[in-house]
Write a protein that binds this ligand. Sequence first.
Ligand code: ADP
Ligand code: MG
Ligand code: MG
Length: 357
Amino acid sequence: VIVFLVYRLRCVPRDAPNDPFFLGEPLSTPLFIMEDLHTTHLIASGRFGTVWKGQLSSVPVAIKVFSPAQRQYFTNEQDILNLPHMTHVALPKFYGAGERESVDGIPEYLIVMEYIESGSLTEYLRTHTLDWIKLCRMMYSAAAGLAHLHADFTKADKSKPAIAHRDFNSRNIMVKADLSCCLVDFGFATRIDGCHFYRNGQEENAEQTSLSDVGTVRYMSPEVLEGAVNLRDCEASLKQIDVYALGLVIWEMAMRCTDLFQGLTTPEYQLPFQAELGLHPSFEQMQVWVSRNKQRPPFPDIWKDTNQAIRALKETIEDCWDQDAEARLTAMCVEERALDMTTLWENRHKGTPATHR
Ligand code: ADP
Ligand code: MG
Ligand code: MG
């Protein structure tokens, strides 16, 4: 209870521009000259485009290429990346967007951003394990990136609106060389202001738009699966949907943390619900499992509550994926908790009666 209270007290709203990881504004709207851009090789064929590694002059970049059929995702992603105060260590640097003709004369639309070396979090966790400190750093940076997206503030006469990611999952998180996380893929992201929200740069009416139409089925929250998103405060609702997915992502990271499986082999990487529903769960299967049966990925028995650090981790994950959307933590609160958790491993036996160790 005391640990919980301390967390709650520390979760006071913080002025986002004072965030030490906020990098300040770029000098001008990012622009580039198409002749300076060179594509080297294909990195990934995603759902809504292909991503290439390339160079802008001598700077390594990632180039996301959209076809005319995918143009709305290009417009949306560009609109989001171009908003004021989008410079943050857990978001990719945006170098600009452009249009060119492909070899067969068809237009293609490009987004040029910072190239992130170590690939997606899914791939990283598949091939690496983490220790507690690395786990905390990853958890912290993923939450910090999401908290920055969610924050709205005005600085230097420019306002950053609140942004919901709407497709938060371990494939849309990149791992940087220092093992911190960087959020990508703003194709579904939405800027929100109370109940006004904007997609592809245009205002849309929340009442007329289903808020359950996007995302990755495996990471959909119970209210999205039920089509029961609270539309009266869609700003809060969309943030709560992102935080639900953050809980699943933290579980994925924690399941690869060697310190948490002391003496035992760390299990192979698994997607959330992979053990129960396999690699391609349907919307209906997810609906039954997550929404009706209120199931979540299980915690291993070895994660004992008598260990203060493990208890804090489990509470944080559970407070992210709560069935009741309004009871979930904010991303900023997860960020603060992750920071506190770093030191908890050292103190893990303190305050626990010896008989309960
Ligand atoms: P989609 O909307 O098609 O899912 P993403 O933006 O998620 O497209 O990109 C698809 C994949 O491309 C990602 O999962 C990742 O592996 C890779 N990728 C995306 N952005 C970057 C980047 N900035 N640096 C390195 N790889 C990236
Ligand atoms: Mg993606
Ligand atoms: Mg996408």
